[in-house]
Design a protein around this ligand. Sequence first.
Ligand code: GDP
Ligand code: MN
Length: 381
Amino acid sequence: MDLFEFQGKTLFARVGVPVPEGRAARTPAEARAAAEELGGTVVVKAQVQVGGRGKAGGIKLAADPGEAEARAAEILGMDIRGHTVRLVWIERASEIAAEYYVSFTLDRGAKQHLAMVSARGGMDIEAVAAEDPGAVVRMHIDPVVGLAGWQASELVYRAGLDRATARRSASALRSLYRAFVDLDCDLVEVNPLILTTDGQIVALDAKVTLDSSGFFRHPDFPAFREAFEEDPIEAAAREAGLNFIKLDGSVGIVGNGAGLVMSTLDVVSLVGGAASNFLDVGGGASAETITSALEVLTRDTSVRSVLINIFGGITRCDLVATGIVEALRSIDLPWPIVVRLDGTNAAEGRAILDGAASEKVVPAATMLEAARRAVQLAEGR
Ligand code: GDP
Ligand code: MN
């Protein structure tokens, strides 16, 4: 389970990792009150579970409570890579001398924990690693032994973190590793971990993924979910029993089976398009399931065309076609639907679609052809 930054920081504070003091706010007025309580310059931070908030304009400094209110008004409701901001975190601003990168993950292949540390934090770490692989120091940690003091120091020296404050950095690394283990995390990533102008080491960002299999040890963790303002389309899909995930593109995808849907996303991107969602109707989908899948897609205004890709096994293509025809009849579908049916009862399915004689339905013989057509249609070609 992925936490919001402020939830991760709340956990960090519990286990002794230094974090700036902050408050959550759901309205500009709450942001003002939080800034008044904190005093001085604050940072208003969009709480969305996606990186690159800074670049997207979701992180702003505010010198006084009035400004905090104004910045919160701008950031609340903002769309950051498909995620709507419903909550901001107001925290005391930090004076940054250096930005580091730290993460702890599981390396399943090595059956060990993996630490990654870099002196070039604050930016996209994949880009840093691609451009200068030596800038990101990797070290395995034996989970039985834990992160020893000497190992933390070695990470600090090898990554080239500030020497004068090396002891503090090493101690922060050990606290973060303890958080990773004691809180049963799959991931703890801090980008940036900062050195402040007065020599303190502080976690300025927090990306924490909890392992829900460990929740029996942490009865209070499931409550973190309450802060997840579920995407209304995802919620509607879940209620309809559909496995739906919102993505950034414009081609709506419907398929049967997670593997087929994943490969459909790949083929759409191969031909230069981008999927607006992942939607798996599962095995043995009924006509109603297909109709509700299309209904769910009508709620997503970024969809320009839809690609239905079915490989019928236990799923019957004739039922899929019946579901499409029913959707055409009962819903005002705003986009063309490219349909590729193969497998069980495919011929019957195609006949049903032909019979409906709708200009909105575009048949395709193969997945590649279907993807090409759907991408063209999404681009208005
Ligand atoms: P991300 O863009 O989603 O990774 O959000 P971060 O929390 O990592 O913030 C992005 C960047 O904003 C940081 O790398 C800092 O450069 C800057 N930033 C965040 N908080 C502060 C702060 O308190 N003071 C200053 N000066 N900069 C900050
Ligand atoms: Mn960050």
